[in-house]
Design a protein. Structure first.
Length: 392
C-alpha cells in the first residue's frame, strides 16, 4: 500500500513539474488545447482591423490629391530695377512674393510665386504683385511640364491677375463657395514656399470678411492660420474637399515669415474679377469722384452728428459725377439706391459694382437734413502706380 502511495505522489509531482515547465515556456500549447473558445474572439478582432491602405480619419490626402495638380509655380524674370516694392520693407503687412527670393544675375532679377489653374483652356489665377513687373513668366506644373505664360489682365485694386499658358490636358481646380464657409472650418494652403517645391499646410479659417487692413483698395479677406510664407503668394486656399476657396495674397509679419495670420482673397471676389478680365481684359467699376472718410465717435462728437454710421465726404473732385450732381464736402452719405451705407469700405464696394452711365439715387445728410441726389455713375480710373488712392 505504501508503494502505491509513493508511486502516486511521484506521478503527481512529475505531472505538476511538467505543467509548470509547459505553462512557462510554451503557454500557447495550453491555450491551443484548453482555450478553444478564445479563438473566435481573436479572429473577430482581426477582422475589424482596417485594411493597410485605408486612410486615417484625420487625413486630408483626398483634398490635397484633388487640388495639388492645379497649383503651379510661377517664375518671373525682370530687368533689374533700383527701386523695390514698398511692401518689401513694410514691417506690418507683407505681400509674400519675392521678399527673400530676388536673385540678381546679368542685370536681371528672378522671383517666384504660385498660381491656380482655373480653366482647361490654360487660364491661371494669381496675384497682381506676382506678375505686374515681370518681363518673362514661366509656369511649372506639378506633373513636371513647363510653359511660358502671357498676362491676360491685371486688377491692382484687388491684387489679382490672370495669365494664360498653352498646354493640353490641364487639370483645372473646382471652385468652392466661401460664402458657405464658417470660422473654424479646416483649410489647406498650397503653394511653393521659399522655393522648396509644392507644399501643403493645414489650418482653420480664423475670420471672414476682414477689411480696413490697408492692403488693397477692395478688401474682403479670409483670414487663416495655415502656414503660408514667401513664395505662396497666388497659391490656393482649399477646403477639405479640395475646392478653391481663395487666393493667398498677404501675411501679417514683422520678419517676413509666417506668424499664423494670413489673408486670402475669397473666390466670391476673385471669380468676378477673373471673369471680367477674361471677357474684357480689365475690370470696369463704377465711380463718382469723391474722397470718403469713416465716421468715428470723435468726429461725430466734434461735428455734433447724431448719426455714427455712414461716410463723410471729405473731398469732391471738380467736374466729377458727384460734383455735377451737387454733392459737397461735409455731406454724409447714408444710402445708395436705398441701401444703407455703414462705412467707407461698404461705400466703395457698392459704388464699384454700379454700371458706368447708370443713374442712381443717393441720400446725404447735410446740416442735419436729408438731401436726395441723382448721380450718373462714371467709370473708375486706374489707380496711380506710385501710391494707393482711396478716392471713389
Amino acid at each position: 500500500m505504501r508503494r502505491l502511495w509513493l508511486l502516486f505522489a511521484q506521478t503527481v509531482t512529475i505531472g505538476l513539474a511538467v505543467w509548470f515547465i509547459v505553462t512557462t515556456l510554451k503557454p500557447d500549447w495550453i491555450s491551443g488545447t484548453f482555450s478553444s473558445r478564445a479563438r473566435p474572439a481573436q479572429s473577430t478582432v482581426q477582422m475589424q482591423e482596417a485594411a493597410p491602405d485605408a486612410p486615417a480619419l484625420s487625413s486630408y490626402q483626398h483634398a490635397a490629391r484633388q487640388a495639388m495638380p492645379s497649383v503651379v509655380n510661377i517664375f518671373t524674370t525682370m530687368e533689374a530695377r533700383p527701386q523695390k516694392s514698398p511692401f518689401q520693407n513694410d514691417p506690418f503687412f507683407r505681400k509674400f512674393f519675392g521678399d527673400q527670393f530676388d536673385e540678381q544675375q546679368d542685370d536681371k532679377q528672378s522671383s517666384l510665386g504660385s498660381g491656380v489653374i482655373v480653366s482647361p483652356q490654360g487660364y491661371i489665377l494669381t496675384n497682381n504683385h506676382v506678375v505686374e513687373a515681370a518681363d518673362q513668366i514661366e509656369v511649372a506644373l506639378a506633373d513636371g511640364r513647363k510653359a511660358t505664360a502671357k498676362v491676360v489682365g491685371i486688377d491692382p485694386e484687388t491684387d489679382l491677375a490672370v495669365i494664360k499658358i498653352e498646354l493640353p490636358n490641364l487639370p483645372a481646380i473646382t471652385l468652392g463657395h466661401p460664402e458657405n464657409s464658417s470660422v473654424g472650418d479646416v483649410v489647406l494652403a498650397i503653394g511653393n514656399p521659399f522655393g522648396v517645391g509644392q507644399t501643403v499646410t493645414m489650418g482653420i479659417i480664423s475670420a471672414l470678411g476682414r477689411n480696413h487692413l490697408g492692403i488693397n483698395t477692395f478688401e474682403n479677406f479670409i483670414q487663416t492660420d495655415a502656414a503660408i510664407n514667401p513664395g505662396n503668394s497666388g497659391g490656393a486656399l482649399v477646403d477639405t474637399n479640395g475646392n478653391l476657396l481663395g487666393v493667398n495674397t498677404a501675411i501679417y509679419s514683422r520678419t517676413g515669415g509666417n506668424l499664423g495670420i494670413g489673408f486670402a482673397i475669397p473666390m466670391s471676389t476673385a471669380k468676378t474679377v477673373m471673369e471680367a478680365i477674361i471677357s474684357h481684359g480689365q475690370v470696369v467699376r463704377g465711380w463718382i469722384g469723391v474722397e470718403p472718410q469713416d465716421i468715428t465717435p470723435e468726429l461725430a462728437e466734434s461735428f455734433g452728428l447724431g448719426k455714427k454710421t455712414g461716410a463723410i465726404i471729405a473731398g469732391v473732385l471738380k467736374g466729377g459725377p458727384a460734383d455735377r450732381a451737387g454733392m459737397k464736402p461735409g455731406d454724409i452719405l447714408v444710402s445708395i439706391e436705398g441701401k444703407p451705407v455703414s462705412d467707407t469700405t461698404e461705400m466703395l464696394n457698392v459704388i464699384a459694382q454700379l454700371t458706368p452711365g447708370q443713374n442712381i439715387a443717393m441720400t446725404v445728410l447735410r446740416r442735419a437734413q436729408e438731401t436726395k441726389l441723382s448721380i450718373t455713375v462714371g467709370k473708375r480710373p486706374p489707380p496711380p502706380r506710385s501710391e494707393d488712392s482711396d478716392e471713389e
